[in-house]
Ligand binder design. Structure first.
Ligand code: SR1
Ligand code: MG
Length: 406
């Protein structure tokens, strides 16, 4: 029975009961079957319900945007439109990389809900990396994911009218503003959203007083604001990736918008770098630490390699823009993407260390002295990536910037 106060015609946050009623109402399960339901959302923003038929084991996910940011509370109102951006991105991505995203079964803009494939056979990459698990296909999958979506939504491939229509469809001002503030602004000033142990205040102050750094961050922020190169996921950190040893699924693209291609790669690399640092604490012995760090370093190398190979193949086989035929144009463009990737990675390393929405990789380290030391190291690495990105020409230079004795 639908409670009298619940209507599928106006927005209301779902409860365990109404989530079940909804999937039955939509016809995914018969009215009379008993279902198991749990709220499993552990992200910063949304409700996520997993609904299972205990006998057949058939299961489904209902994700609903809340009208505020869950990580902060009702004092931070947030548009429900992000559910639209998420489902629209997932459907677009499925045109090019169907195996790398969850299937969307149903979207309702009014209720801000997406009904989608249950991926509970997978694990969130962030925790999986903290646990030291290996994912041999990760680099290939993420390189392919970024290259396929970026190329097929860029001016190198689309007719200019079609591309500009997509740019319009993905004008996502509220979610972009979060990134503009939390990634590109607040961490570089003494702002109330920052949080860090008082023991590292001296290092943080150095960062706030570094005007050369701030001028470079300003350039990166304005690139984020103005360079509509391709459709981006917009929040490609290790909490937005589900993995098994064979499969990778990119989730949570509610921050999707048209931006500089290096932003997605930069966020991904930054989160691998932070995990690399955190293994100073999480690995139990030197040998396993070295082995795991080798995996992380190779994942960065291979992601860039797969990205460039895939992008290059698409450029030559499907490029429609006349300048794709001019020798050297591709190399110049990829060099630009690389430089941006390094700079954006630097910003992400810094924000995940001292800003809002920090990462479990560092936050869960119990040895406080070690945690503080690693946070200082992370700030130094982030700063170097931003300031010296023009000299970091090759993926090996990037690796040298963080994979040296600490
Ligand atoms: C208020 S949202 C905080 C962060 O969570 C999301 O995953 C994004 O990374 C955002 O910056
Ligand atoms: Mg998210």
């Amino acid at each position: 029975m639908t409670p009298a106060n619940f209507s599928f015609k106006e927005y209301q946050p779902l409860t365990l009961d109404t989530a079940v009623q909804l999937v039955k109402h939509l016809g995914y399960f018969a009215e009379d079957v008993p279902l198991k339901v749990s709220e499993i959302g552990d992200g910063n923003l949304n409700l996520v319900f997993r609904i299972v038929h205990p006998e057949s084991k058939q299961s489904i996910i209902v994700k609903q945007a809340l009208p505020y940011a869950k990580v902060v509370g009702e004092s931070w109102p947030l548009t429900l439109d992000r559910a639209y951006f998420e489902s629209t991105f997932l459907r677009k991505a499925a045109e090019y990389v169907p195996d790398l995203v969850p299937k969307v079964y149903h979207f309702d803009r009014l209720l801000a809900i997406t009904v989608m494939e249950d991926l509970s056979s997978h694990q969130i990459l962030r925790q999986a990396m903290i646990d030291g698990n290996f994912y041999p296909k990760l680099a290939e999958h993420i390189g392919k994911f970024v290259a396929q979506i970026a190329f097929h939504t860029s001016d190198f491939y689309l007719h200019p009218f079609e591309k500009k229509q997509l740019v319009k469809d993905f004008i996502n001002p509220e979610l972009c503003k979060i990134t503009e503030d939390l990634v590109f602004t607040d961490p570089f000033f003494d702002h109330e959203t920052n949080e860090f142990p008082k023991e590292i205040l001296d290092t943080v102050k150095e960062l706030w007083e570094d005007n050369e750094l701030k001028r470079e961050v300003a350039i990166l922020k304005f690139q984020f604001l103005t360079q509509a190169e391709a459709l981006l996921h917009g929040d490609l950190h290790s909490g937005s990736i589900f993995v098994t040893s064979e499969s990778t699924k990119v989730i949570d693209p509610e921050f999707a918008y048209y931006g500089p291609i290096g932003f997605d790669l930069g966020q991904f690399f930054a989160n691998l770098i932070l995990n690399y640092l955190s293994h100073e604490a999480h690995s139990t012995d030197e040998q396993s630490r070295e082995r795991y760090r080798t995996f992380l370093v190779e994942s960065i190398e291979q992601t860039w390699l797969h990205f460039t190979n895939e992008f290059t193949t698409l450029w030559h086989s499907k490029g429609t823009e006349i300048f794709t035929k001019v020798p050297g144009t591709l190399e110049t463009f990829l060099a630009k993407v690389w430089k941006d990737t390094v700079g954006f990675a630097g910003c992400e390393v810094i924000r995940r260390t001292i800003g809002l929405a920090r990462v479990a990789d560092l936050e869960t380290i119990q040895d406080e002295a070690l945690q503080h030391q690693l946070k200082r190291t992370a700030l130094r690495i982030g700063k170097d990536l931003i300031k010296t990105r023009s000299q970091i020409k090759h993926v090996n230079d990037l690796i040298r910037s963080f994979a040296q004795p600490q």
